[in-house]
Design a protein around this ligand. Structure first.
Ligand code: GDP
Length: 478
């Protein structure tokens, strides 16, 4: 994968002829349709005064490169919390109850609106930001798009019900994202509540609570009766202190979309969670494939605000199109830059959609196996330690049937990178990440190319899923 002179010119919003001239200056003779390598492309981009960002070994993205912040610029910021747990265990009730701990909205409670996230100021003066969409579906969807916004997961477990399937899923998701948990043992007002049973059950799922000698805090609460909410706040703030969350507020804003919609009379609006810097009315921005200029900022109480800093969720008006949850949001210097980058991203998106439909995805792989054309399920395994990688290989290679075998294409210790995705894409393989994550470039590539990456932290779950895949594939041939 390399780039043509024409495409490079398009990305920079420069004329092809000028790019050819610059190439000549660099000693490269090229025509408009000629392909040049990424190193040369990078040099050209810099010649034109743009910032070049290598998105892979072979590709260069232009602009949107923000320098690192110095230690002195970093200020502590509030934690961003996502509430997860089994259905009916009280996630929504707890989010509502936590909202009522806000001292800013006053006794009357203020008029709160659902914008996808809200921030409360607790009596101590500390702030906590809650993502207002409970459950791991949203969490995972955001993560799948490369947005890592959650600092702490509050796992809600009903004390009368104990650990249920979605509780386990939530644990897996939090563990996969390496986000620490605070367990809220809810419904302790009920006579049948048994908080200690919850603590013991958690142990079976690799969650060792403080009472059992681990480092996961538990708090017994009742969302309904508003019991111990202050203790939950304390636990969240303590966890936040341990994480030492910081961001530089004094720079151009960057963040992620939590929720986006088209609204009659307001146009496209999105709730953006600011992650670094400060966003102000009038700022120009790129967001996913869209761009815009901030016409107004509105907080969760429906009030207009002039600016929003780190960990602050704010509704942004002034989009030229509707972005998607999980999209990145970056303030840029001017409209020309914003148009250029969003134009580039839109073109790229159209291209990859074409590529996706043209090339085989995992599903097409399954179809081929079903049709008897393929006899293997190829996998790429990445793990945190050699021992678990080897255990996985052993388990998976034993699992094949006469008709279909698991073939380990590649296995290694370490995070999932672009080369793993390239490999998987080329063979329509599944990537298994065991206690490791994909780096942002690999994640973006996998999303773009329809490569499936699955994260695990327990070996028998890998075995279960792979078995389901294999038997699912075999079913129609019976
Ligand atoms: P979600 O599905 O996890 O969002 O759960 P909800 O917040 O919708 O709550 C499910 C049910 O449990 C509702 O009927 C709530 O009134 C009830 N509930 C939530 N928290 C408590 C609690 O602390 N005590 C009791 N007794 N009921 C609760």
């Amino acid at each position: 994968e390399t780039i043509t002179v024409q495409e490079l010119a398009n990305r920079m919003a420069e004329r092809g002829g000028n790019v050819i001239k610059t190439l000549m200056k660099l000693g490269v003779m090229a025509t408009i349709n000629q392909v040049i390598d990424a190193d040369t492309a990078e040099l050209v981009v810099e010649e034109f005064g743009h910032k070049a960002k290598r998105v892979s070994d072979a590709d260069v993205e232009i602009g949107l490169v923000s320098g690192p912040d110095t230690e002195a610029e970093m200020m502590s910021r509030p934690p961003v919390v996502t509430v997860m747990g089994h259905v009916d265990h009280g996630k929504t009730s707890l989010l509502d109850a936590m909202r009522s701990t806000d001292v800013v909205s006053g006794e009357a409670g203020g008029i709160t609106q659902h914008i996808g996230a809200y921030q409360v100021q607790v009596p101590s003066g500390d702030r906590i930001t809650f993502i207002d969409t409970p459950g791991h579906a949203a969490f995972t969807a955001m993560r799948a798009r490369g947005a890592e916004v959650t600092d702490i997961v509050v796992l809600v477990v009903a004390a009368n019900d104990g650990i249920m399937p979605q509780t386990i899923e939530a644990i897996r998701h939090a563990q996969a994202a390496k986000v620490p948990m605070v367990v809220a043992i809810n419904k302790i007002d009920l006579p049948e509540a048994d908080p200690n049973r919850v603590r013991t059950e958690l142990l079976q799922h690799d969650v060792v609570v403080e009472e059992m000698g681990g480092d996961v805090q538990t708090v017994e609460v009742s969302a309904k009766k508003r019991m111990n909410l202050d203790k939950l706040v304390e636990a969240i703030l303590l966890q936040s202190e341990i994480l030492d969350l910081k961001a530089n507020p004094d720079r151009t804003a960057e963040g992620a979309v939590v929720e986006a919609k088209m609204e009659r009379g307001r146009g496209s609006v999105a709730t953006v969670l600011i992650q670094r810097g400060t966003l102000r009315v009038g700022d120009t921005f790129v967001c996913g494939k869209e761009w815009g200029r901030v016409r107004a900022l509105v907080n969760e109480r429906g009030e207009r605000v002039e600016e929003a800093g780190p960990s602050v969720p704010v509704e942004v008006l002034g989009f030229n199109g509707t972005p998607e949850a999980g999209d990145d949001f970056i303030a840029v210097e001017d409209e020309a830059k914003a148009r250029e980058v969003s134009g580039y991203r839109q073109r790229k998106d159209r291209e990859t959609q074409f590529v996706k439909s043209a090339r085989g995805s995992m599903e097409q792989m399954f179809e081929r196996i079903q049709a008897g054309e393929a006899k293997e399920l190829p996998v790429v395994i990445k793990g945190d330690v050699q021992g678990s990688v080897e255990a996985l290989i052993g388990t998976l290679e034993k699992m094949g049937t006469d008709a279909v075998k698991v073939r380990v294409l590649h296995s290694a210790v370490g995070g999932i990178n672009e080369s793993d995705v390239t490999l998987a894409k080329a063979s329509d393989a599944l990537i298994i990440g065991f206690n490791v994550r994909a780096n942002p470039q690999a994640r973006e590539m996998a999303r773009r190319d329809g490569v499936e990456i699955r994260y695990y932290s327990i070996i028998y779950n890998v075995a279960d899923d792979v078995k389901a895949l294999l038997t699912g594939m075999l079913e129609p041939t019976y």
